[in-house]
Design a protein around this ligand. Structure first.
Ligand code: CLF
Ligand code: SF4
Length: 297
């Protein structure tokens, strides 16, 4: 709360539903899914969810242009007055689509300067984008970091696309990890708040996430959000390991508890869709379809 927090930081988190547990009861967020492409492959991806892209059933997000996204933000803001944050978190990677992502931020900040801008990324492109992120006054960046060890990483990421080349195996995981951690350091050096999301994959990175927690804490991450892999056999498999299960609620809580220290653990994440609208856990996206937004004069 405000008592134990730097006032500048408190100002940034007090009405952000993901960064403040308290705020999520009162403030809403919306996502604009303007970023279809991705520069890596995660074994658990299905491009429907953001901030981690969990494998679970859902309707594929509609594609949005930056112009339509800005129009949608205004329409939602006029209906949902507690909507304080717009995030770009999919359906691919926000920073693998920099022109669309930053054009969207530009249009929103002109039309609705009070709305906070947020983005979520896998971090591969992050070090090259930190200047632009700062230019647009983005105060909140989520980086999904599932490992700091390429031996673990090669079980999660079959490939990355970097410097005009496809990399596989341990080399891919090493590059990705270095870029994620460098990006995290560059953001915290600029006082941009960074939340690290990690997907807990039993038998792959569960124990290892304690190392991840230590490394991101050391580099100034503000919050760590360990989320469960959601694997439902009828809807998605973890490609590298058939029959990969997600953690139980108990296993998840145990890991979160063992990481709880001076850095806060996020425990109210609702694993939102890439086009979610409303309070966390609430989805009002059906009220704001592309068709409806296009029809607004
Ligand atoms: Fe969206 Fe993510 Fe910003 Fe929040 S979601 S881009 S930080 S505004 Fe929040 Fe949703 Fe969990 Fe993400 S509850 S999936 S942590
Ligand atoms: Fe999917 Fe996100 Fe991984 Fe890209 S970074 S493959 S969109 S989960």
């Amino acid at each position: 709360g405000p008592a134990d927090m730097d006032p500048e930081v408190w100002n940034k988190v007090k009405n952000h539903p993901c960064y403040s547990e308290e705020a999520h009861h009162f403030y809403a967020r919306m996502h604009v899914a303007v970023a279809p492409a991705c520069n890596i492959q995660c074994n658990y991806c299905n491009r429907k969810y953001d901030c981690s892209n969990e494998s679970r059933p859902g309707v594929v997000s509609e594609r949005l242009t930056p112009e339509l996204a800005a129009k949608k933000v205004l329409a939602v803001a006029s209906e949902i007055h507690q909507m304080t944050v717009v995030g770009i978190a999919g359906a691919g990677d926000s920073l693998a689509n920099p022109d669309k992502t930053f054009k969207t931020f530009e249009l929103i900040s002109k039309a609705a300067p009070d709305i906070k801008l947020c983005l979520s990324t896998n971090g591969l492109a992050l070090p090259d984008m930190v200047d632009r992120i700062a230019d647009y006054n983005v105060d909140h960046v989520t980086v999904t970091i599932n490992m700091v060890d390429p031996e673990v990483g090669e079980q999660i990421y079959p490939w990355i696309y970097f410097n005009k080349k496809r990399w596989r195996g341990r080399d891919a995981a090493k590059i990705l990890s270095e870029r994620q951690l460098l990006g995290l350091e560059m953001l915290t050096a600029r006082k941009i708040l960074v939340k690290v999301n990690s997907v807990m994959i039993p038998g792959v990175n569960d124990e290892h996430l304690k190392d991840v927690n230590r490394e991101v804490k050391r580099r100034g991450a503000f919050l760590h959000n360990i989320m469960p892999l959601i694997s439902e056999p009828e809807h998605g498999t973890f490609y590298g390991l058939n029959g990969q299960r997600g953690p139980t609620a108990e296993e998840l809580k145990h890991l979160q508890d063992s990481c709880e220290g001076e850095m806060n653990m996020m425990r109210h994440c609702r694993q939102c869709r890439a086009d979610a609208v409303g309070l966390l856990g609430e989805d009002r996206s059906a009220e704001f379809t592309n068709e409806k937004i296009e029809a607004i004069e």
